[in-house]
Design a protein around this ligand. Structure first.
Ligand code: SF4
Length: 322
């Protein structure tokens, strides 16, 4: 499959609904786009972040433990080409005929000069089973030069930029020490749209001080930004983060499983049905996690989510009139 023109494969919402699906799953979209199963090969190119190296702050986001995002031990000792090969071998034990997206996940994956970035992205695309790039970054780290480079990959490959939004409320961004406000995200998304680069946004539900109405406002903002996909996370605490100190001092409420299901379903009911949902819940390796422990049983979570959607007889975008 060449190029990233998501409009070519955009489905009418009713199409996945008619297949019994209550929300626009990533797996469904990937199958439509590529015609076979596609997995993400998670890569760690050793990028830092302006919110960690002192450019904006040394503390980072309040929840950040970037080792727990991709705790694949010593992957950073390997070249990008070797990391790709290792990830493909791992997935091939499960599925022989799959293809892969090279997912630059750890740190801020556009935080270097374009020549350095090009060498890393090119190295990932050499493997014959890689069909695209997914690049995770901050909205304040995508200048025109970098976006032009990313857009140029659309000639030969799928490419998707993941931006950390987290919340549509600037007071929440300040609380978590993001180091940017929402206006910065608006500008980054507009620049991606101008280059037809599909955008996925990361959001966190359950932030202190945010009501359900506040989180629904974030869903509405995502709709207005007309992005391709969203990754939804519940607020969770890992060791060695500043969030873990607040948690230890008893100053943090984390939604229970039932509370989170209610928040999540409200959010999805307010999400445009044309937006792909890439994730419904946070994941953390048990050795890093402090709380909530219910995220460790993802199968149970997904089952409860599906059951609750059935019980409520609801679906993505229902509260928007779809
Ligand atoms: S932007 Fe990402 S890598 Fe940087 S401090 Fe925040 S969570 Fe960590």
């Amino acid at each position: 499959v060449k190029g990233s023109d998501v409009s070519q494969i955009e489905l009418a919402p009713a199409e996945y609904r008619s297949k019994g699906q209550r929300y626009y799953r990533l797996s469904y979209w990937l199958k439509q786009k590529f015609g076979h199963s596609v997995f993400k090969a998670c890569l760690d190119a050793g990028f830092s972040c302006p919110n960690l190296d002192g450019t904006l702050s040394h503390g980072g986001c309040i929840f950040c433990d970037h080792h727990s995002f991709s705790p694949t031990t010593d992957v950073r000792l390997l070249s990008i080409a070797d990391q790709v090969a290792k990830q493909v071998r791992k997935w091939e034990r499960i599925s022989k005929n799959s293809k892969y997206l090279a997912y630059f996940q750890n740190g801020t994956n556009t935080y270097a000069d374009p020549q350095t970035l090009k060498a890393l992205y090119d190295a990932a695309l050499i493997h014959p089973k890689i069909v695209g790039l997914v690049i995770g970054t901050r909205p304040d780290c995508v200048n025109d030069e970098v976006l032009d480079l990313i857009a140029s990959y659309q000639q030969r490959s799928f490419v998707n930029l993941e931006l950390g939004m987290q919340s549509s409320h600037d007071r929440s961004l300040e609380w978590m020490n993001r180091g940017h406000h929402n206006q910065c995200l608006d500008e980054a998304v507009a620049k991606c749209h101008a280059r037809k680069v599909p955008v996925g946004l990361h959001v966190i539900l359950g932030l202190p001080g945010e009501s359900t109405a506040d989180m629904i406002a974030t869903a509405h903002k995502i709709n207005a930004l007309k992005v391709h996909a969203v990754k939804i996370h519940n607020l969770y605490v890992t060791k060695t983060t500043r969030l873990s100190r607040l948690h230890a001092e008893g100053k943090l409420h984390l939604p229970s499983l039932d509370e989170y299901l209610d928040i999540l379903i409200n959010f999805i009911e307010n999400l445009d049905p044309a937006i792909v949902v890439e994730r419904l819940v946070s994941e953390s390796p048990p050795e890093y996690l402090v709380e909530p422990s219910w995220i460790l049983d993802k199968k149970r979570f997904l089952l409860r989510f599906e059951q609750e959607m059935e019980i409520r007889d609801t679906w993505q975008g229902r509260k928007l009139g779809f």
